[in-house]
Design a protein around this ligand. Structure first.
Ligand code: PMT
Length: 228
């Protein structure tokens, strides 16, 4: 299978509560950045769609860069870049929820109340939206790769996401506990394919892991890969 385009998403998204506060997470953009750098050796056109990543992870060499802020913006950017023969790798950590209302003025804390209730609404799921779009529009030759960031039960949750998001591959990794997952850490991952293949990689630096993820995808998709 030959892909003509790769889309890599990276980093966290931000959902504003008021002009000075937002909901986000600790993703640095490191994993997505190294995947984008590595995949450029295999696929000619690389699109790097990123949220608020650290400065070092903003500009992978050889990629076209699109900066977004919210999960909805990331979804729109990904959908507008999807075409036939594209591999999408979602290493980003998009915020799953956003405030039902983003206040125009800073929320004041001087009203004597000890509690602030925040109503959140669910954000769109980018991978599910892409998966529906490619089947509705009959876009062929695409491959969807998700990441599953888990604090527990990696295999169970990763396989659940592989199925519910209708993906070809999911890369499971532990986050949150014992400084795992986010930022400048060595990490271990497990890649699960929709055809039942499993590959365990690490612990290694994210740079080394990214190389191995790209090598795995290159080899595994070269054998008459067709999206199931
Ligand atoms: O950036 P680093 O500091 O290097 O950290 C890397 C990482 C831990 C962020 C990365 O390895 C990782 O696991 N990224 C996925 C984080 C995540 O959001 O996982 P999730 O299990 O909530 O989501 C599953 C998949 O759905 C992911 O591919 C995610 O990008 C995607 N998603 C999530 C929410 C959403 N609204 N739409 C999505 O498509």
């Amino acid at each position: 299978m030959g892909f003509s385009k790769a889309i890599i998403t990276s980093g966290p998204t931000r959902e504003w509560i008021d002009p000075v506060r937002y909901i986000s997470n600790a993703s640095s953009g490191k994993m997505g950045f190294h995947i984008a750098e590595e995949i450029g050796r295999w696929i000619p056109e690389v699109i790097y769609i990123h949220g608020q990543v650290l400065e070092d992870y903003r500009c992978p060499s050889g990629s076209k860069r699109i900066s977004v802020e919210t999960t909805s913006e990331m979804k729109d950017a990904v959908l507008s870049e999807m075409m036939g023969d594209t591999i999408l790798i979602m290493a980003a950590a998009p915020a799953d929820f956003r405030p039902a209302e983003s206040k125009e003025s800073k929320i004041k804390k001087e009203d004597g109340s000890e509690i602030l209730l925040l109503e959140l609404v669910k954000n769109p799921d980018i991978l599910k939206a892409v998966s529906s779009e490619i089947s509705e529009r009959e876009i062929s030759g695409c491959c969807l790769v998700g990441f599953a960031a888990e604090t527990d039960f990696l295999e169970e949750h990763a396989l659940g996401k592989l199925k519910s998001k209708n993906l070809d591959y999911i890369v499971g990794n532990y986050v949150g506990k014992n400084e795992k997952g986010f930022g400048e850490v060595e990490t271990s991952i497990v890649i699960y394919s929709s055809r039942g293949k499993v590959a365990e990689i690490g612990p290694l630096s994210k740079e080394a892991i990214s190389k191995k993820i790209v090598e795995f995808l290159k080899t595994d998709t070269s054998n008459a890969f067709v999206r199931s």
